[in-house]
Design a protein around this ligand. Sequence first.
Ligand code: PLP
Length: 405
Amino acid sequence: MTADSLTFPTQTRLFDGLDDQPLDAMLLLLRQLRDDPRTGKIDLGIGVYGDEAGRTPVMQAVRQAERIVAEAQTTKAYVAAEGDARFIALLASIVLGAARAADDRYCGLQTPGGTGALRLAAELIARANPDARVWVGTPTWINHQALMRSAGLQVLEHPFFDQSTQTVLFDAMISTLETARPGDVLLLHACCHNPTGAGFTSDQWRTIADLCARKGLLPLIDIAYQGLGHGLEEDAAAMRALLDIVPEALITASCSKNFGLYRERLGALWIKGSNAQAALRARANCVKAGRSMWSMPPDHGASVVRTILESADLTANWQAELATMRARINSVRTELARAVPQLASVAQQTGMFVLLPLSREAVAELRVKHGVYMVENGRMNVAGLRSENLPRFAAALEPYLSKGE
Ligand SMILES: Cc1ncc(COP(=O)(O)O)c(C=O)c1O
């Protein structure tokens, strides 16, 4: 008999009864990729930008800002539960635009990544209206539903995208949303939709804004890829137009992709309230919820982004590098559309992802036969393609598309 079993009766053991958790599809993919000894594997799995050499480099402006921060920082004492106020103010101009950043109906706080912002948004919604249901498009980012449910919210789906025809199912989306209740939440991607790359036209955005205003739906807008589609301003324009129509909204931003700060965990949440007091009260509720989850957000990424945005030179440097990343993504899209005529729509879509019209079997076969790694639902990261591997990928892919799979 071991010391443990002498001390504790077996029925008090908590962990023995836990359910097994199958490995997350993405983690499984990473493991398969790592264990595959073949050379020339093509990694189109995880949603991280890759350059023409297949690297995810630290951006130049980030490197310089990190040096400045390391020199200037005299303490590691806590900053604030809301995070770095100057960072929030500077990022607000980028995300919301100057006019809204100066409007006191908008109130923001720093969060651990865009994920933290979404989780906090869910907590706030649950506090304000526990009966709220959150509408998400099918498909959406793999983590959206779990994040909303983790705050106890009910999630409902509306049609968004037809994978086989690569089209947005706008009419079906709107007619489904006509059944939404006042106080329900509509989760939208501001740009560069994950996993489809598809977006709405300006007229469609206007219809969505009017629907939200008419039916009393709260828009929750996730802007995780600003600057990786058409440009920093262009990618936020439709979201900003919607914000000007609705009385209340939530905006979640991420600095993981456009500043390449993935592991530093930097994001932000803004609340648009019907007036300044309501927005401040909502933020106080977020701070309260954040205190019992992470207490204070991590500071390093926020100090770095603040340092970049406080300097005209570093800001210009950051924007130039972001423009290079964007140009690369868009040129890979053009090349792919040219190499695979069935994927012509890929050139019109934006951001890092394409949801290929492939069955799960085809995705598995591409992995086994050709060493092509992508998510089982057919999502590929276009930034994983390079001039060296794109023709090979196109040739491997084409038979599966021709078969109509
Ligand atoms: C649509 C979307 N929203 C939010 C996030 C959250 O990003 P992070 O928490 O790394 O900032 C991601 C990350 O992949 C995403 O794709």
